[in-house]
Design a protein around this ligand. Structure first.
Ligand SMILES: Cc1cc2nc3c(=O)[nH]c(=O)nc-3n(C[C@H](O)[C@H](O)[C@H](O)COP(=O)(O)OP(=O)(O)OC[C@H]3O[C@@H](n4cnc5c(N)ncnc54)[C@H](O)[C@@H]3O)c2cc1C
Ligand SMILES: O=P(O)(O)OC[C@H](O)CO
Ligand code: FES
Length: 490
């Protein structure tokens, strides 16, 4: 019997898992994906918002502001890339200026202190490539950018190191509350699991999971956002995150540098089916036009790839984080659209308090995990190590000598480490998200086959079994011909 079962291993489920690993609890995370970070967390703007956008008094506002404050230290503990680059909401006319003043006032009410309104000249001084028609901006100095994949993975890795169990490819199909014995029976595609408490962090599917216990307090309206990611040569064009005035559809198309130095432009907003992450010509045109509003000379011929993510927009307008009234011991952490990434560390604290409340009702208390260690050791890129560190690691492992990804300068040693760490990579995209082979200009054209070979070797599976990302995404279909006695695979 588990004490807590968390459904979903995106940023929210993983942040909660890590928070609960501070306590002496038997916690399991059930994730239907082949890996962690396969839902919305893998495809978003990666902005740690300051917290001036959400309406005052909402959970979004409260948890965003606190989450933003927590980011620098939690990323330090977990060795995750985070940069406090600040953001600008740009104004191009008097109407925009009015919006900016509203956001400023709202920011102050929400407790965001590091904000100020600046004029067009100042904007151009701190962001030289900005569209010269800018007349002013709201400057938020506390906001930042993060690597959402590594943050998600690091949270789960640290949770596992501290005793949490992660069950991958485990889709929750049904939940039954066994009232007389005070626990839940959870049916997955693999097994039945018993748990005293359940935390529903299933992203766009959080309404379906809540419906399994007969809750119908909210539903999710999936809203897709498309992006273009550009070469690092374009990344230099923006140092702050550049927003235009928000609309009722959201914060609009932004332009930002990523923590790795690429340029990210997007998203739009479109109601779709839950799993629709396709991109379209018309959608991407909106991104291009929207991005040029902030920086007119973006060279979109330097686009590396495009992608889309789906917001778990709740019909209620605010995060739906609450103890279920229909099933005692069931906590919803649902409707976590933007600013869910920025809020995740604070959401975990909020859920910890809710769990304490439900446990109190059972006359139970949380006890500390005396072995809890908040630190996740670095997996620093080989090329960023000092010469001394490079020599040391090479003396122990020669695989750091072989460059596998030429575009991003990634060695075999780093890829092997990414696979063999706790919560290690299981797929080609999983390796890509952890250590970046495939993120370069050639998009894995050169390094992809080598990565497949390494995954097959390390996981002791046939190359044909290696997946790109999801289940059924095999990359090799069989052997086609023999070249000088060697079999060539496709
Ligand atoms: C276009 C876009 C831009 C965004 N930009 C930002 C931003 O810049 N800043 C910000 O703060 N926020 C942003 N967000 C919001 C942020 O990405 C989300 O709030 C956050 O990623 C949600 O995380 P999650 O863990 O709730 O969901 P997910 O990452 O989707 O995780 C849910 C997990 O549950 C699993 N699951 C579902 N059903 C089941 C089941 N039955 N059994 C087992 N597992 C299941 C899924 O496989 C998935 O892994 C953006 C979102 C989008 C779409
Ligand atoms: O478009 P929104 O409002 O959902 O926001 C998404 C990101 O946080 C900013 O791009
Ligand atoms: S060699 Fe790896 S992305 Fe080009």
């Amino acid at each position: 019997m588990f004490d807590v079962a968390i459904i979903g291993a995106g940023i929210v489920g993983s942040a909660i898992a890590r928070q609960l690993s501070k306590y002496d609890l038997k916690t399991v995370v059930l994730e239907k994906g082949v890996e962690v970070c396969q839902g919305t967390t893998k495809a978003n703007s990666a902005i740690v918002h300051g917290g001036f956008d959400a309406k005052e008094g909402t959970l979004k506002a409260k948890l965003n502001v606190l989450g933003c404050k927590m980011y620098p230290s939690i990323c330090e503990e977990l060795s995750v890339e985070y940069k406090n680059n600040g953001s600008l909401v740009l104004a191009f006319n008097e109407n925009d200026m009015e919006h900016i003043h509203e956001l400023y006032e709202r920011g102050l009410k929400n407790g965001v202190n590091e904000i100020e309104i600046i004029d067009g000249e100042k904007v151009k001084e701190i962001e030289p490539n900005v569209n010269e028609e800018v007349i002013g901006a709201l400057w938020c100095k506390s906001s930042g950018i993060v690597c959402p994949f590594n943050f998600n993975i690091a949270l789960m890795e640290n949770a596992i190191t501290n005793g949490v169990e992660l069950k991958l490819e485990s889709e929750v199909l049904n939940i039954k509350r066994i009232e007389e014995e005070n626990y839940f029976k959870i049916k997955t595609n693999k097994e039945n699991i018993k748990s005293k408490y359940i935390i529903n962090a299933a992203g766009v599917y959080s309404d379906k999971i809540n419906n399994l216990i007969g809750g119908n307090e909210f539903y999710i309206i999936p809203r897709k956002g498309e992006y273009k990611i550009l070469d690092k040569s374009e990344g230099r064009k923006a140092s702050h995150t550049l927003f235009t005035s928000p609309t009722e559809k959201g914060k609009g198309v932004l332009v930002t540098q990523t923590v790795h130095g690429n340029l990210l432009v997007g998203p739009n907003a479109q109601v779709v089916e839950k799993d629709d992450i396709t991109t379209s010509k018309s959608g991407l045109k909106k991104i291009t036009d929207g991005g040029r509003k902030s920086i007119s000379n973006i060279d979109f011929s330097k686009t590396i790839t495009s992608f889309a993510g789906v917001r778990a927009t709740p019909n209620t307008g605010d995060f739906m984080i609450f103890k279920s009234k229909v099933a005692k011991g069931f906590i919803n952490v649902a409707g976590i659209e933007s600013p869910g990434l920025a809020s995740a560390p604070a959401i975990a604290l909020y859920v910890e308090d809710l769990l304490k409340e439900v446990m109190n009702e059972d006359n139970e208390e949380l006890e500390l995990n005396k072995k809890f260690n908040p630190i996740r050791p670095k997996n620093k890129p080989f090329m960023e190590m000092s010469l001394v560190d490079q020599k040391e690691i090479l003396s122990k492992d020669k695989r750091y000598k072989t460059i596998i990804c030429r575009c991003e300068n990634i060695t075999e040693g780093e890829i092997v480490d990414a696979i063999n760490r706790p919560c290690g990579a299981r797929t080609v995209d999983g390796v890509k998200r952890r250590v970046r082979p495939g993120m370069g200009r050639c998009q894995g054209g050169f390094c992809g086959p080598k990565v497949v070979e390494i995954i097959a070797r390390e996981l002791n599976i046939a190359p044909e079994e290696v997946l790109k990302d999801y289940e059924n995404s095999k990359m090799l279909v069989g052997k086609v011909k023999e070249v000088r006695g060697e079999t060539v695979e496709i």
